[in-house]
Design a protein around this ligand. Structure first.
Ligand code: ARG
Length: 469
């Protein structure tokens, strides 16, 4: 009795070790839905083209319906010796409906079947990730909307640079995630092309209607070269590359959350629901979620490297190497989805049915403001003030450096220096300088498109809300 699809040629059974080494069913079974959908579309087309009988199609549909319910209810028996999801389902189908099951694979190979399944599976994941990316942006926008007037120090080199609003800071991440969403929508077009009909590598001699299959499965186009269609996994690499950027953006944000949460900053607090304690230090509340999100970015970067390396040495057309695309791809999808979901919730809170949010991060505006005041964040504003009074910028820069030196000596902010002292550095300085030296004055002054002025942040928030609605 033959135990494998190709056994007639083989005079001895496959080594147990090889069976286990080559089997992928215990991870690729998660594509079962795509596999069944792909097979049904193929069978429907075979019948429409008169390649199989209408009765065969009906049998296949009946068998697949049963298999679907067996898998859903957990009674389907996955067999390692049947190698992968495709052969497992086909074997069960034949068991259930006989010859019709054996006719399903007409004009098809596992090579174009698996390429189709991975694309179908990934496409549905992409659509879920698009929603999660939008949720993440909405969470950030929601917190930003409360904080257009909250002043924090903006940093360069991790040194206090200029005041920015907390809203402006968060909106920077919204831009990053918006670009990620754009990339995702763009790569989806290239995922959404149908390889089926390429067969093993050269196409097939059956009069297949590939366009019909594409329509049934919702593919935007059919692949145009069979060798390419069965062998390249660039779409998976592209997706993982997109995922790497998402995770790197998340990781930067996570890193900032960890810093902001530290007692030495104290800019924010996270709700207890997203913190963990220590088994030894009773006082600890740790931002584990943010740290893990930062850590998990490494895993996705690794998967990108893995997939690129998997592809680089492969001659045309299909090689078994490609079976190794699944675990990195699956884990990338899982990691991105879980991470986006938990980070969005930790930042923006849980969203109730009526759209209200609860439990997001708490902003400690006073600590942020105090930190900005400690770092001479408005030094550039004083220089700009002097430029407006006619001093060349380089000279103004020098004058302000002297003023900062004096402030450091006395341990006070520029705005705390008496007018007379400031005038000692440059006689053009007048009473109106104190508005310029204030954090809010500095913020309001940057009313250029893309700047940190509250009016600009407000306009950006409205643009994002419109875009995301
Ligand atoms: N499990 C295989 C994969 O993931 C399916 C295709 C196998 N084709 C073959 N001729 N061995 O790529």
């Amino acid at each position: 009795k033959k135990s494998q699809a190709w056994s007639a040629l083989f005079s001895e059974p496959m080594s147990e070790l090889v069976k286990r080494y080559t089997s992928s069913v215990f991870f690729d079974k998660r594509m079962w839905q795509a596999d069944i959908d792909g097979s049904l579309a193929h069978a429907d087309m075979l019948a429409a083209q008169g390649i199989i009988a209408a009765q065969d199609l009906a049998d296949i549909q009946r068998g697949m319906a049963q298999i679907r319910s067996e898998i859903e209810s957990g009674t389907f028996e996955w067999k390692l010796e049947l190698e992968d999801v495709h052969l497992n389902i086909e074997a069960r189908l034949t068991q259930l409906v006989g010859d019709a099951g054996k006719r399903l694979h007409t004009g098809r190979s596992r090579n174009d079947q698996v390429a189709t399944d991975v694309r179908l599976w990934l496409r549905s994941e992409i659509d879920q990730i698009a929603v999660l990316l939008a949720d993440m942006q909405r969470a950030l926008v929601a917190v930003a909307a409360q904080n257009t007037e909250t002043v924090m120090p903006g940093f360069t080199h991790m040194q206090v640079a200029q005041p920015v609003s907390f809203a402006h800071h968060l909106l920077a991440y919204v831009e990053m995630f918006a670009r990620d969403a754009e990339r995702l929508a763009d790569l989806r077009k290239r995922v959404n092309r149908l390889p089926l009909g390429s067969a093993a590598l050269a196409g097939t001699s059956y009069p297949l209607d590939r366009e019909r299959v594409a329509r049934t499965l919702g593919f935007e186009a059919v692949s145009q070269n069979s060798l390419d269609a069965v062998s390249d996994r660039d779409f998976a690499i592209e997706f993982t590359s997109f995922s790497t950027l998402v995770m790197i953006h998340v990781s930067r944000l996570a890193e900032e959350i960890v810093i902001w949460m530290s007692q030495n900053f104290g800019f924010i607090n996270l709700s207890d629901r997203y913190c963990t304690g220590s088994s030894i230090m009773p006082q600890k509340r740790n931002p584990d979620v943010a740290e893990l999100a930062r850590g998990k970015s490494g895993r996705v970067v690794g998967h990108l490297m893995g997939l690129i390396t998997l592809m680089k040495g492969q001659p045309l057309a299909y090689n078994k190497d490609n079976q190794e695309d699944k675990e990195p791809l699956f884990d990338t999808v899982d990691t991105v989805k879980d991470t986006l979901r938990i980070m969005a919730e930790m930042i923006g809170g849980e969203v109730a049915a009526d759209g209200s949010r609860s439990g997001g991060l708490t902003v400690k505006a006073q600590a942020m403001e105090a930190a900005a005041l400690r770092g001479y964040a408005t030094a550039t504003d004083l220089a700009d003030y002097l430029v407006k009074k006619g001093l060349p910028f380089r000279d103004a820069h020098e004058v302000v450096a002297h003023a900062v030196k004096e402030g450091l000596k006395l341990g006070v902010d520029l705005s705390d220096l008496p007018l007379a002292t400031l005038q000692g550095f440059d006689a053009r300085i007048e009473q109106d300088v104190f508005e310029v030296l204030s954090l809010r004055g500095s913020l309001n002054a940057r009313n250029v498109l893309g700047g940190t002025a509250p009016a600009q942040a407000q306009a950006q928030i409205e643009r994002h809300l419109a875009r995301l609605s």
